[in-house]
Ligand binder design. Structure first.
Ligand SMILES: Nc1ncnc2c1ncn2[C@@H]1O[C@H](COP(=O)(O)OP(=O)(O)O)[C@@H](O)[C@H]1O
Ligand SMILES: [Mg+2]
Length: 310
């Protein structure tokens, strides 16, 4: 089969960690929403059979998810994918869900027949979207090795949310192994950054320990970002329940009735979004800015290296 044209994948970023519940999906949806607001065209690919992206972005509740059917179909039949358009400003989505399980069986069969390029199925599909995107964000499942492999064969960059616990460290090991394994088909794949998720901001000791663990697995130069996403359970629950992102909830907090107005009205009424939504929104804005700056710097470095090699 022909090589993949990777021109549409230069800003394809896999958000991954070999562990569940570390903030991969919440990170993906917020980066997408914020990049979209900044005027960039974004495609989110939900590679998780759980389909949580559709909860954060609200299209599951709106009945718009196809449970991963279009995504699985495109990969099985090597066809251009049909995306769910305009989920947010400048954001399209390829929904995930249980249909992705069928895909795993098909990929297994291909591999058993000796098709060494089976893991490139996603890269091919994303290289052939009806229109180009500035960013393609891959929300990875924690397990599902075949799907992880698809993501690693398609992405140019890897971003890892990291919780400072033992199992997160094991998850990191798994990512490191997968990146190396992917180089045979995707030699440009690189780690863009690791950041602490769900810890308190000023926790110097946690940060020092995390840095040591990250460097032990990913090497001395592993980029640990300055941004920390704080543990803020109330807005996190609101995001998933309401299908709204932290910065959208923040706006509702600001424009909705104040607590004393609610109190005076004497009617219990529906609860407003958690007032800490703004803090979480701020953390994600910091993350988006830091990652974008890092990405541009790394791209410039790579270009300079290429120029000297020429
Ligand atoms: N900043 C946060 N603080 C507290 N809980 C959070 C935060 N972000 C997400 N959560 C919650 O943690 C759980 C896992 O988050 P999720 O983004 O789905 O992780 P993953 O995709 O790695 O499984 C979800 O229930 C989510 O609502
Ligand atoms: Mg997830």
């Amino acid at each position: 089969m022909s090589a993949v044209d990777r021109s549409r994948l230069v800003r394809c970023i896999a958000i991954t960690n070999g562990k569940g519940g570390v903030g991969k999906t919440t990170t993906t949806t917020h980066l997408a929403g914020l990049l979209g607001l900044a005027g960039m065209r974004v495609l989110v690919v939900d590679l998780d059979p759980q389909g949580n992206v559709g909860e954060d972005l609200g299209y599951n509740a709106a009945g718009l998810s196809d449970d991963g059917r279009a995504l699985a179909r495109a990969m099985m039949d090597d066809e251009p994918p049909t995306v769910l358009e305009g989920v947010r400003e400048n954001v399209d989505v390829l929904p995930g869900g249980e249909r992705l399980d069928e895909l795993v069986a098909v990929l297994d069969a291909r591999r058993r027949k000796g098709d060494t390029e089976a893991p490139l199925a996603l890269a091919r599909v994303l290289a052939a979207t009806p229109e180009p995107y500035d960013f393609v964000l891959l929300d990875c499942p924690p397990g599902e090795p075949q799907i992880q492999e698809l993501a690693m064969a398609a992405a140019r960059w890897v971003v890892i949310p990291y919780k400072s616990d033992e199992s997160s460290r094991k998850g990191l090991n798994r990512v490191a192994t997968r990146i190396q394994a992917a180089w045979a088909l995707n030699p440009d794949l690189e780690l863009l950054g690791v950041f602490l998720y769900g810890t308190s901001k000023g926790a110097t000791q946690i940060r020092a320990r995390a840095r040591a663990a990250i460097q032990a697995v990913l090497g001395e130069n592993a980029p640990l970002l300055n941004t920390v996403i704080r543990h803020l359970e109330a807005p996190a629950v609101d995001i998933r329940d309401r299908g709204q992102l932290a910065h959208e909830l923040e706006r509702d907090v600001e424009t909705g009735p104040a607590w004393y107005e609610r109190l005076r009205s004497g009617v219990p009424g529906p609860r407003g979004p958690a007032t800490t939504a703004g803090s979480l929104a701020g953390d994600f804005r910091d993350l988006a800015q830091e990652l974008f700056a890092l990405l541009v710097a790394r791209e410039e470095e790579a270009e300079a290296e290429e120029a000297t090699a020429r």
